[in-house]
Design a protein around this ligand. Structure first.
Ligand code: HEM
Length: 511
């Protein structure tokens, strides 16, 4: 027998066994799919991938599925089945904001991946331990909402925004700017400053990169070493969460390629945690060495380090929450505050600017409110004046958040068997709610596709029904460079603005 024949007779059984295995897997997959409990309308999944191949832009995928299948549908990510609810009355139980809720746990927190990352017993985002979550949440809230902290935020935002204004003036009226970059940098500088009191120079570095070589300015050294690496690692945190949730432990642990990505991600989280520890310890030492007369810096980190200690002038008087935060808790909360706050705020501002500039009447009314208020108050505004004197501005921000919701989807798990949307579900079924759809549902909103901030003003008689809207919370004229183009955005855990070219022009040039 020739070598060729020998090889063929040897490989053929291996190959056919392999084919049979695949065939059995596929048959098993579709039998399980067809006989699943409570079959709901939804796209037919592929083995291994589920519906991932249709989800390049998940936001658009969910909208298309809603149009096709209605308010309750199902879909698969890899081999995980998800139920998606698109109406408030159906999702009532899932949306109950209580630590006692059956839907307290986020879907990803039950995954082996988040367990492996250590996210399920600390912080807020993945914490499954109700008492620990409650304590972290209560103490963080107490710091974030303290009056002196809010006042400090208003001052820092105004100072850093003035710096940005100077740069824009220097660039001149007719330079096209990539606004997403500007706001990202301004936001990074602001958040690092209000959270740690440290200075980063993201905005000046970006501005410098736009100048001719002979005009570039020398910049001070940031007090956070390699802060751009620090920021990129923070922004990467959400990607890590996604990877460790969706990619199975088998792939992450044993399959080349997948394994290396997982290892690299873990190294990056390790590096970020160590850097955060250094920042926390440095501030801890500073506070310990402070003289009695010295005043504590007003930043989130200092507040977190001193909460419920003898240095705290605003102690919580409730036995459950009387202890200080530990170093490990502070480190995790800081990572989550940064990773939850940077991209969301950047994108919310970009979307608001886009819609404001797109509708000239909205822009005119917004500017007239700002002009009337700012000229009478001077340039420096207090927090109280910001929340009370800008109803239309606030309505514009809400309307932008309604029309293009930054973080539209929450996915929770039932801890016990439950009935939702008319079906009985076993504990552990991931159930999602899509606020992107609810915010534009014809059952709740008149002309939902129309950008109409007035709907949020008292002057409008439109009723905003409970839970149908979950909000978040200059002198330049902004104009879209290409007003006829659709906004460019992509979805990756949150909706993210990928491009927003604008002209920033000093307004008095036109008057
Ligand atoms: C426009 C801005 C923002 C939007 C649209 C937004 C959106 C959201 C949404 C929808 C959730 C709930 C996710 C879920 O239940 O699965 C969430 C949770 C969270 N966000 Fe934000 N957020 C914004 C700003 C911020 C900021 C500035 C911070 C930093 C303080 C932050 C920190 C967090 C944290 C720590 C959680 C987890 C809370 C918990 O489990 O108790 N977010 N955010």
């Amino acid at each position: 027998m020739s070598l060729y024949m020998q090889l063929t007779s040897l490989l053929l059984p291996v190959f056919s066994s392999f084919l049979i295995l695949i065939l059995l897997y596929v048959i098993n997959f579709y039998v399980t799919y067809i006989t699943r409990e409570n079959p709901l309308p939804g796209p037919i999944p592929l083995p291994i991938a589920g519906n991932l191949h249709q989800m390049k832009n998940s936001s658009k995928f969910y909208a298309a599925m809603h149009k096709r299948y209605g308010d309750v549908f199902e879909f698969y990510i890899a081999n995980k089945r998800f139920i998606m609810l698109n109406r408030v009355d159906l999702a009532e139980k899932v949306l109950t904001q209580s630590v006692k809720s059956n839907y307290f746990i986020r879907a990803a927190s039950e995954s082996q991946g988040w367990e492996e990352l250590g996210l399920t017993k600390k912080g807020l985002i993945g914490n499954k331990e109700r008492n620990s979550w409650l304590l972290n949440r209560r103490l963080l809230n107490h710091c974030l909402t303290s009056t002196k902290y809010i006042k400090e935020i208003v001052t820092v935002v105004q100072t850093l925004f003035s710096e940005a204004e100077e740069y824009w003036k220097e660039l001149g009226d007719s330079t096209s700017l990539e606004f997403t970059e500007w706001i990202h940098c301004l936001n990074v500088d602001t958040q690092v400053r209000i959270v740690t009191s440290q200075r980063t120079y993201a905005l000046s570095t970006y501005f410098n990169s736009l100048l001719a070589p002979h005009l570039k300015k020398s910049l001070p050294q940031s007090s956070i070493q390699s802060y751009s690496k620090f920021v990129s690692h923070i922004l990467f945190f959400n990607q890590v969460g996604k990877y460790f949730y969706f990619i199975s432990p088998f792939l992450r642990h044993y399959v080349p390629g997948f394994r290396q990505i997982a290892e690299r991600m873990k190294r990056r989280i390790g590096w970020l945690t160590e850097e955060m520890k250094k920042i926390v310890n440095e501030r801890k030492r500073e506070i310990e060495n402070m003289s009695e007369k010295e005043e504590l810096k007003v930043d989130l980190l200092s507040l977190m380090l001193t909460i419920n200690t003898e240095k705290d002038t605003n102690r919580i008087k409730s036995s459950e929450f009387e202890r200080p935060l530990t170093e490990e808790e502070i480190v995790q909360l800081l990572i989550e505050v940064f990773s939850g706050g940077i991209d969301t705020i950047t994108n919310a501002i970009c979307f608001t600017i886009y819609y404001t500039c797109k509708y000239p009447a909205v822009k005119a009314r917004l500017l007239s409110e700002i002009d009337a208020t700012v000229s009478s108050k001077g340039h420096s505004l207090s927090y109280d004046s910001i929340v009370t004197l800008f109803p239309y501005t606030s309505a514009v921000m809400k309307e932008a958040a309604r029309v293009l919701t930054v973080a539209p989807i929450v996915i929770q798990l039932a801890s016990e068997d439950d009935e939702v949307a008319g079906y009985k579900w076993r504990a552990g079924t991931p159930i999602g709610v899509n606020y992107g759809i609810i915010h534009k549902h014809t059952a709740y909103w008149k002309d939902p596709e129309t950008f109409r901030p007035e709907r949020f003003l008292d002057e409008c008689t439109d009723e905003i029904k409970p839970k149908t809207f979950l909000p978040f919370g200059g002198t330049f004229e902004v104009e879209l460079c290409e007003p006829d183009k659709e906004i460019k955005y992509t979805y990756s855990m949150t909706n993210q603005c990928t491009e927003l070219k604008v002209y920033l022009r000093a307004r008095n040039n036109k008057e």
